[in-house]
Design a protein around this ligand. Structure first.
Ligand code: SF4
Length: 359
């Protein structure tokens, strides 16, 4: 009679053997056996938060060409950093990136700390980024748990607990599997597995190095993991945006306050953005009294916590007009230098004005 074959345990060796054959080539990633550059690893991890690899690649290359070292980034003007970031969204990350580079120069002699704890003391570096940089750049046995890793681990071990509460357990599982000799490669292998094989829909279990020990695959419940607490969708906010075009082609702009949503970015004047905003009173929010023309349909944009609907109004102003206090007229030829957010680019394009900034 055949003896039942015990199910093998998941091992780092199986994952690393797969990684050695299938690792993704990424602009910030060191080649096999090479030492990673902590600056490039850190910058890429900040850019990849909430943004896809495909979207980040071209930005990363441009960013590195413009700021090739942490010293160059620290010494840059904040507008220059914002402009290089424009289009990646989540601008608080760009501000923190700049502040972090300055802290590395001022407090750490231009070298990134090598431990998770040291890294976490820097601006904008949370648990995930500290783990990723410590593991990838310094080969420390640190867990970097992002959405990809959560998905792989909750499937592999059929973790029923709801996220985000299950995160400490996921982290524990990662650390238990992590090999002492190649922690950096292990962290990247997990990321690659989540991104290319153990995808949210239709995971390619047949190609997975952990297909045999994977409990979710055995049960056929892969896509039901990770389990998540239900999320409340934010209410749609509404507002008005005013595009004032001077006869010489200059556009009226202002800079958002440094803190908060889209902080430090350039924008045309707008009303407040709120769920109860009444378009009937929009004229009172306009920067100047003139004949405003309402465009339709409104511009729609989805932020992490809420969708936004901005109704665009346009008007023209005489060539000699001065900007109201706290605002500026930017000539058409210099619009591409303004750090516009994606939503503002949509507003400006809706008004028929061309700019090549951002994406
Ligand atoms: S076997 Fe399938 S579900 Fe399990 S870890 Fe691999 S790809 Fe993910």
């Amino acid at each position: 009679m055949n003896q039942p074959v015990p199910r093998p345990d998941a091992s780092a060796a199986d994952l690393l053997a797969w990684y050695d054959r299938h690792r993704r080539v990424l602009p910030w990633r060191a080649g096999p056996g090479e030492r990673a550059d902590p600056y490039r690893v850190w910058a890429s991890e900040i850019m990849l938060q909430q943004t896809t690899v495909t979207a980040v690649k071209p930005y990363f290359e441009r960013f590195m060409a413009r700021f090739p070292t942490v010293a160059a980034l620290a010494a840059a003007a904040s507008e220059e950093v914002m402009q290089a970031w424009a289009g990646l969204g989540y601008y608080s990350r760009a501000r923190n990136l700049h502040a972090c580079a300055q802290a590395v120069m001022a407090d750490h002699g231009g070298r990134f700390p090598e431990t998770e704890e040291g890294l976490r003391s820097l601006p904008g570096i949370g648990a995930y980024t500290a783990g990723a940089v410590a593991a990838i750049a310094f080969d420390r046995p640190a867990a970097a748990v992002d959405g990809n890793v959560e998905r792989v681990m909750t499937r592999l071990f059929a973790i029923e607990d709801l996220l985000p509460g299950a995160r400490p357990l996921v982290r524990e599982r990662v650390l238990a599997l992590m090999p002492q000799d190649r922690p950096g490669d292990f962290a990247q292998a997990l990321m690659d597995l989540g991104a290319t094989i153990c995808t949210p829909r239709n995971p390619a279990c047949g190609l997975c190095p952990w297909r045999e020990p994977c409990l979710a695959r055995i049960a056929g419940t892969q896509e039901s993991f990770p389990r998540k607490a239900a999320k409340k969708a934010g209410l749609t906010r509404y507002g008005a945006a005013f595009v004032l075009l001077r006869e010489d082609g200059a556009v009226l702009l202002r800079t958002r306050p440094p803190k908060g949503l889209l902080g430090g970015m350039a924008e045309v004047p707008t009303s407040e953005w709120s769920a109860g905003y009444e378009l009937d009173g929009a004229a009172q929010d306009a920067p100047v009294v003139t004949r405003w023309r309402q465009l339709s349909p409104p511009v729609r944009h989805v932020f992490t916590h809420f969708p936004l609907e901005l109704t665009v109004f346009t008007a023209t102003a005489p060539a000699g007009m001065q900007a109201p206090q706290g605002m500026r007229f930017t000539p058409a030829a210099r619009l591409s230098e303004e750090p516009f957010s994606s939503v503002m680019l949509k507003v400006i394009e809706r008004a028929g004005i061309r700019t090549v900034a951002g994406a």
